[in-house]
Design a protein around this ligand. Sequence first.
Ligand code: ATP
Ligand code: MG
Length: 236
Amino acid sequence: MIFSAEEITGGYSRADQILKGVTISADLGETVAILGPNGAGKSTFLKAVMGLLPRVEGTIYFDGRRIDGLRPKQVVEHGIGFVPQENNVFPSLSIHENLEIGGYLTSDTQRRIEEIFDCFPLLAKRRAEAARALSGGQRQILAMAITMVHASRMLLLDEPSAGLAPKAAGELFETIRQIAGCSIAVILVEQNALAALKTCDRAYILSAGSNHITGTGTELANDPNIRETFLGGRKY
Ligand SMILES: Nc1ncnc2c1ncn2[C@@H]1O[C@H](COP(=O)(O)OP(=O)(O)OP(=O)(O)O)[C@@H](O)[C@H]1O
Ligand SMILES: [Mg+2]
């Protein structure tokens, strides 16, 4: 596993314990979902990985190196990127300009942008258009692409499908799978649990800051207890 976080505890002040022992791993080419009720600590875990919490205990390894305790800038230098949920593109700039900003600190931005355009033909075709011309789902794809300019090895996505209609969400998940296929690890937090389980290789369900259930996407999607507890017991 290129990414492995073991028994992570931490919170927003040094005394605060929101995460009470979270263990999550991901490999290159893999899509991993983090699910669970509101307040379970899903977004907090992503912040812990990015070095955004004041104190994290436990260990986080990325490609054989310890990254817990690093500053956000140092985490980013490992090729790890975070895509926030909202306001993640510059609407008035062209798609190409958005990607140039994503590569602001990257030495070889133009080459990387061309690689990304190979990965996302839709963006390549529309590169000169303003980002505001994209649909909601396409904007989320652009937001991931912007982050991928500097983050070539792992993407952390916080609720990428929030606010999207089911069809657009489905297309977004499909694109996320393709991104993982470009040999990058993808960890996504999702509310849209069933769609995420259908798309992801593996999933972790968190509850009150700890691991609750772990399994492959298919296993969890078909588990009646999980449907009852986390998917509202609905039949799909
Ligand atoms: N910036 C913050 N400062 C202090 N406490 C916070 C902060 N952000 C979140 N929390 C608290 O941390 C706990 C976990 O929140 P977190 O945002 O990680 O949950 P989540 O699983 O992402 O939930 P949601 O599904 O609602 O996004 C909650 O009790 C929340 O109130
Ligand atoms: Mg959250």
